[in-house]
Design a protein around this ligand. Structure first.
Ligand SMILES: C[S@@+](CC[C@H](N)C(=O)[O-])C[C@H]1O[C@@H](n2cnc3c(N)ncnc32)[C@H](O)[C@@H]1O
Length: 232
């Protein structure tokens, strides 16, 4: 996924500006994955196909796609599950609804669902836009059922490729990046266990899986983390 451009030269964008930014993207690019800021379709399908395979078979489940954008990521889950999509970009949600998601325009810091509603919660490419991501993680953990799975995908702060890219893009782009350890700790704090990573290495189209940090990590550009919520 590419990095959204700054608005008005600010280092970060406020919630309202991100909403405007993604509404505008959806107005311009419609249902295309470009509305969700993917670099191109190849990059999108590489991420989606590997991530959904790693998530495992899903059938008859209540699934939340948190920050679903135009709904392209969770679309393959729609035929056999109840897939809910939440996003604050109403324009994007029109396309997500067209893909069969049950949509609601909410902020991820205050979801309108009850505790433990979902068997699976996915949140793809969203927390890198959010400076204070912990309240979002708390909400996602709250709506995950005990025994259910939370999967978050985001950018890796230790990536050599990203550090090099940043040298050239400093004046144009902003994205928050994450250390795997930090997210693992937050998952544990919220009662998740069996925590694993799926690591992606752009532009090499290579992925690897594991539960611990590895020697190839400096080349990992983005990663997904998943965990299972403990049953008391
Ligand atoms: C980069 S796009 C990713 C969309 C989708 N998950 C995908 O992978 O195709 C990020 C999405 O997160 C949404 N978003 C960002 N912050 C949000 C927030 N606080 N509440 C609700 N939606 C948010 C944006 O509107 C945008 O649609």
């Amino acid at each position: 996924m590419s990095c959204p451009e700054r608005i008005g030269g600010n280092r970060t964008m406020s919630h309202a500006n991100w909403k405007q930014y993604f509404d505008h993207k959806a107005e311009t690019h419609g249902a295309s994955v470009q509305s969700s800021d993917y670099f191109n379709e190849d990059s999108f399908f590489m991420q989606r196909d590997n991530t959904l395979r790693w998530l495992g078979p899903c059938s008859g489940l209540e699934i939340l796609d948190a920050g679903c954008g135009v709904g392209a990521f969770s679309e393959p889950l729609v035929p056999h599950n109840h897939v809910y999509g939440v996003d604050f970009s109403e324009k994007s949600l029109e396309y997500a609804a067209g893909r069969g998601l049950h949509t609601s325009a909410d902020d991820l810091t205050a979801l309108s669902f009850g505790d433990g509603k979902f068997d699976v919660v996915v949140c793809i490419g969203v927390i890198q836009l959010i400076e204070q991501y912990r309240p979002v993680l708390k909400e996602l953990a709250r709506v995950t059922k005990p025994g259910g799975t939370l999967l978050i995908e985001t950018l890796h702060s230790g990536s050599i490729q990203r550090k090099i890219l940043r040298l050239f893009e400093q004046s144009k782009k902003f994205d928050r990046m994450y250390a795997m350890d930090e997210l693992k700790q937050v998952f544990s704090q919220h009662g998740f266990e069996r925590i694993e990573f799926l690591k992606m290495y752009h532009p090499f189209k290579f992925v690897s899986k594991g539960s611990e940090q590895g020697i190839g990590d400096p080349f990992c550009t983005s990663f997904a983390i998943k965990g299972v919520k403990k049953v008391d």
